[in-house]
Design a binder for this molecule. Structure first.
Ligand SMILES: [Zn+2]
Length: 301
């Protein structure tokens, strides 16, 4: 399942072709994905200019010049790929030889070159989703923040909003374990299991410690919050950088690329030595709220 860094990687991969482009034609090949497509979906998109492509948690948001926002979620297996019009002139383009099954191409955006007024398509952005847990919705920009998908959503973990002071406010009085508090989407939006495990390991904090235990005054508590906030941002930024380079190597936008597997310090490493310098501990796995937590009991306190 794509996590936040993968979605951000996809966003960055699509941005150059999507932003400023006009949707000349939309092929919608099914009535539904996880949910039905919006009413008059094709009509509401064709002819519109995508004025911005942003992200909120794991949702991609394409702002349209009609005042609506195309909200897109990749679900479990959704991916986008960009096909430049010029590609069709390259015989045997290797990027197309990947396990791309066209029967799962559900939505195709035919786009003008960004800023161009002409009628020629410069690229096609294809949404492929074998399991169809993804979805697309159209929401008025003015009602986006109060929309049920976003109304209860916590803050973005990337960017300046997430800092020690904010963690202090979010976690004050909370007896839930740090692991559960960090996965709570109403507090911080879009943080997934892998990155929570990695961030806790980096900050030397036990996933079982009560979230409220790192709030309030006291040098050690402030330091713990600062380490945690920095670790969350760092682990996500590194994952995006890794995904970005994968993306460039393949010259294609594909949600199945960009996982940060090679660099996990604890995730999936049960029984292996802890990588904290000087720590002779072993990575352990425990189950919290039905999900695996990987941690080192020796250096995570
Ligand atoms: Zn350790």
């Amino acid at each position: 399942m794509p996590e936040l860094p993968e979605v951000e990687t996809v966003r960055r991969g699509l941005q150059p072709d999507f932003e400023g482009a006009r949707i000349l034609k939309l092929e919608c090949r099914r009535p539904d994905l996880r949910f039905p497509f919006p009413e008059r979906f094709v009509e509401r998109l064709e002819g519109r200019i995508v004025t911005a492509l942003s992200r909120r948690a794991k949702y991609l948001l394409a702002d349209l010049d009609s005042g609506e926002v195309l909200v897109m979620h990749l679900g479990m297996s959704g991916s986008f790929r960009v096909e430049q019009q010029a590609d069709s002139f390259l015989p045997g383009d290797f990027t197309h030889a990947r396990s791309r099954d066209e029967k799962h191409d559900h939505v195709v955006f035919h786009l003008s070159a960004p800023g161009s007024q002409g009628p020629e398509a410069a690229s096609r952005i294809v949404y492929n989703d074998p399991r169809r847990f993804g979805f697309m919705q159209l929401v008025a920009r003015s009602g986006l923040s109060s929309h049920p998908l976003f109304a209860a959503m916590g803050i973005e973990p990337l960017g300046n909003a997430l800092n020690a002071d904010l963690l202090d406010r979010l976690f004050a009085g909370k007896s839930a374990p740090l692991k559960a508090a960090l996965l709570d989407q109403r507090l911080i939006a879009g943080l997934g299991n892998i990155y929570v495990c990695e961030a806790l390991w980096r900050s030397g904090l036990s996933p079982e410690r009560a979230a409220g235990d790192i709030t309030g005054p006291g040098k050690a508590r402030v330091a713990a919050r600062e380490r945690l906030a920095a670790a969350i941002r760092k682990v996500l930024e590194e994952a995006i950088a890794a995904g970005g380079s994968t993306l460039r190597d393949h010259a294609q936008t594909d949600g199945t690329l960009g996982y940060f597997q090679h660099s996990f310090a604890v995730y999936g490493r049960e029984g292996e030595p802890c990588r904290t310098e000087g720590c002779k501990g072993t990575v352990l796995r425990l189950v919290q709220s039905g999900r695996s937590t990987f941690h080192c009991a020796k250096c995570q306190r």
